[in-house]
Design a protein. Structure first.
Length: 267
């Protein structure tokens, strides 16, 4: 049986990238201690939304990304974490850094969150490329937050051989938004018949009400691991939480044989 022990590292990012690096390292150490080979952190793990992003953005060869690489090296696992990188047009790019023993690459968020009164594209430039990585012999697709509303990206992961997609997020709060999150993550796993590890920011502050909209998408928690048959295997609450679970890569082939939606596509 081919399994990938995966850590869903839900936390609340502060506005200080250095402070967030310490949290990432602490959670990576705990994940590695529980045998994880892949540790997934939220979107905007570098610094939470709601502050000017230009001043905190750094290139992929900058000190923040290098510190994440050092965390991955020290704990001997692959880390996926959300950061912001400068864009040539003066905006930033919403980037996932993926780094570990066998990989060092990045994914730039393709679908920008211009919805529910927020306009991410005002300050963030979109990415264009589908990105997959290999971790311990398991192919993993990379996606970010609002991407979950676009099934074609997850089918593209499957077409490139992925059996797991990871979805770092900082989901916007508001009425029915938790319902949307739960529905969409399960739907995307079913659309592409793959595992989905969706890792969100925990909301800031103990008194946060995730049913009430906020000016910026600062998270609602409820990180979730969904199987290729749409079954929820793990779900976090609204506070910082570490979930470590085994992803059974072999289950994907069994589900795809039973429900061959990828082979049966006509459009």
């Amino acid at each position: 049986m081919t399994t990938l022990r995966t850590a869903l590292c839900q936390f609340t990012a502060s506005t200080d990238p250095e402070d967030n690096l310490r949290t990432i390292d602490e959670l990576a150490a705990r994940a590695a201690g529980e045998g994880a080979r892949l540790a997934v952190f939220p979107e905007a793990a570098m610094a939470r939304f709601g502050i000017p992003l230009g001043p905190v953005a750094q290139p992929l060869d900058g000190p923040w990304a290098d510190a994440v690489r050092e965390t991955a090296r020290r704990h001997r696992l692959t880390v996926v974490a959300g950061m912001f990188t400068p864009s040539p047009d003066g905006r930033v790019t919403n980037t996932l850094l993926a780094t570990g023993p066998d990989v060092d690459t990045a994914y730039d968020k393709i679908h920008l969150y211009d919805a529910f009164g927020f306009s991410e594209s005002d300050t963030v430039a979109p990415g264009e490329k589908v990105v997959t990585i290999d971790v311990e012999g398991v192919r993993v697709g990379l996606a970010t937050c609002y991407d979950v509303r676009f099934p074609e990206l997850f089918r593209a992961h499957a077409d490139e051989g992925a059996v797991l997609s990871v979805l770092p997020a900082s989901w916007g709060a508001g009425p029915s938004k938790l319902d949307h999150w739960r529905l969409l993550t399960r739907a995307r796993a079913l659309d592409a018949t793959l595992w989905l590890a969706a890792v969100g920011q925990a909301p800031p502050g103990p008194d946060a009400d995730i049913s009430q909209p906020t000016k910026a998408p600062t998270g609602i928690g409820h990180s979730v691991l969904v199987g290729p048959d749409g079954r929820v295997h793990e779900e976090a609450g609204e506070t910082p939480e570490l979930i470590v679970a085994d992803v059974d890569a072999d289950k994907v082939a069994k589900v795809r044989k039973a429900v061959a939606v990828l082979d049966n596509r006509r459009l």
